[in-house]
Design a binder for this molecule. Structure first.
Ligand code: SAM
Length: 263
């Protein structure tokens, strides 16, 4: 059965607000699945299986899947499509509200063609709060992928780049044309991976993220002004940070140094 067959099974029109653009091109689903790089039967959490195009490819590689889908109708379609497959559990719930402490075991891999409206919020929540997920293979808007993987000093670099680099190693993998989806979205997408590190100073990293958010709220100011409530010019100089630099010139590691110095 083709992907179009499963999309036609929807009772309602795709819900634009829920980011319902379904992958028609199975070559892309296969390319995404190859990036998972897990071991046989590794557990995967998939956010938003939709009509199951990506899920289908993941199941071919024998992964065990917990699929969280907010839309009741789509959750039912996914259930029906894979009713003969033992390796999948479909959960009809909002991924923002799911209790991720239910992901037991040493590690999980998250795979998702993320709904655009919650993509960054969900990603930040998961990388900062759910260490059991050690690898992410996600499709996001191209512009979000550029912000996540941006280097200091570029115009895309911001608090999102800082937090993603502090908790994981983000990597741009490939772009996906909007014509690979139905309905066709307005934007180009990108697939990225994030490999999460084993960390022993998560509180400091969260503090570094908080400082970067404060700094980037005033990104045209110099660091000495943007962070004046926390650091004197002397404090910054002692940490080897130029007080006249702008927030976008500080590396994730420098934000971490700043956070650590507050302890
Ligand atoms: N994985 C499918 C694919 O690649 O064709 C569908 C991807 S579509 C971009 C996003 C999916 O996420 C939709 O099925 C949508 O209903 C679902 N979704 C949207 N918001 C969600 C949320 N808060 N929690 C769980 N699923 C959500």
């Amino acid at each position: 059965m083709s992907e179009a067959y499963w999309i036609k099974k929807m009772e309602d029109k795709p819900n634009f607000k829920l980011g319902q653009n379904f992958l028609l091109d199975t070559n892309i689903s296969r390319k995404i699945t190859k990036l998972v790089q897990g071991q046989l039967a590794d557990p995967i959490v998939e956010i938003g299986p939709g009509t199951g195009s990506l899920t289908n490819e993941l199941l071919k590689d024998n992964y065990r899947i917990k699929a969280i889908e907010i839309d009741k109708n789509l959750a039912a379609i996914t259930e029906e499509r894979f009713s003969e497959v033992p390796n999948i559990e479909v959960i009809n719930q909002d991924a923002m509200e799911y209790d991720y402490s239910q992901l037991t075991g040493p590690w999980w891999i998250l795979v998702s063609n993320l709904p655009y409206y919650i993509g960054t919020r969900l990603l930040v929540k998961l990388i900062t709060e759910v260490p059991v997920i050690h690898r992410y293979v996600v499709m996001v808007q191209k512009e979000v992928a550029e912000r996540i993987t941006a280097q200091p000093g570029t115009k895309e670099y911001g608090a999102l780049s800082v937090v993603c680099s502090l908790f994981a190693t983000p990597k741009h993998q490939f772009d996906v044309s909007k014509h690979c989806f139905s309905p066709v979205p307005k934007i180009t997408s990108s697939v990225i991976t994030l490999q999460r590190e084993t960390l022993f100073d998560e509180e400091d990293r969260l503090e570094a993220f908080r400082l970067s958010k404060i700094a980037f709220q005033q990104k045209r100011k110099k660091v000495k002004s943007a962070l004046q409530d926390f650091f004197s010019v002397e404090d910054l100089e002692q940490l080897g940070i130029n007080p006249d630099d702008r927030p976008q010139n500080l590396s994730p590691e420098q934000y971490l140094e700043l956070a650590k110095s507050l302890n």
